[in-house]
Design a binder for this molecule. Structure first.
Ligand code: AMP
Length: 215
């Protein structure tokens, strides 16, 4: 069997994390696991876990660490024979430590995107609340204006994508992510990428993965 490869991607809202994750998953055959998507699926399916996390997601506040690890780690255990890419988990140092007790990551990608770029992207962002599908009116618009491509349901803009709220979210991201980034830096597995254009960052990430996955 080929060697398993376990990676995570970190970045603030609007960093292009979703787009890059999809490309990584497709190009390198990694199973993609987004914690936000996983939680929303549970809410949509009315599971016990969904019931527990619903209020946090609705208020865009972080799900408490203990609950989050209780949900995510068993899912990762199920995928122990797969190579995967985590998006959105671990978010905090405590989550990263809990994950470390179970799996050693091979690689962590961190996206550093200038504030102005994040602001522009996020203010153009519309979402389909039930699925979490995200559209950008500038570079990834829906086929029909204001409607989700798959269900045709209306798209909404989150209050927390407005500029004042974005500042607060970025500050929170930085505070919470810093110790996680430091941990992975100390393990020698952190790779940071900076830039304003996802398409220009992608080739660097692609070649890093080519090297890391085949050595
Ligand atoms: P995301 O799609 O990654 O922005 O996540 C959407 C929401 O899910 C967040 O606002 C949090 O409420 C929750 N969430 C996702 N991942 C985590 C995590 N690792 N720790 C705590 N809360 C999370």
């Amino acid at each position: 069997m080929a060697k398993l490869f376990r990676a995570a991607i970190m970045g603030p809202p609007g960093s292009g994390k979703g787009t890059i994750s999809k490309r990584i998953a497709q190009s390198f055959g990694l199973q993609y696991l987004s914690s936000g998507h996983f939680l929303r699926e549970n809410i949509a399916a009315n599971t016990d876990a969904g019931e527990l996390v619903k209020t946090y997601i609705e208020r865009s506040t972080l799900v408490p660490d203990q609950l989050m690890t209780r949900l995510m780690l068993p899912r990762l255990e199920q995928l122990r024979d797969h190579s995967w890419l985590l998006d959105g988990f671990p978010r905090t140092l405590s989550q990263a430590q809990a994950l470390n007790n179970l799996f050693q990551l091979d690689l962590v990608i961190s996206l550093n995107i200038p504030y102005e770029t994040l602001r522009e992207r996020v203010s153009d962002r519309w979402v389909h609340p039930a699925s979490g599908r995200v559209y950008n009116m500038g570079f990834n618009p829906p086929r029909e204006q204001g409607k989700d491509d798959i269900t045709g349901e209306p798209l909404i803009q989150h209050d927390d994508d407005k500029p004042e709220a974005l500042m607060a979210r970025l500050r929170q991201y930085k505070d919470v992510a810093k110790p996680v980034i430091d941990l992975y830096k100390s393990q020698g597995i952190l790779h940071s990428f900076s830039g304003t254009d996802t398409n220009r960052i992608w080739p660097y990430i692609n070649s890093l993965l080519l090297t890391k996955m085949h050595t």
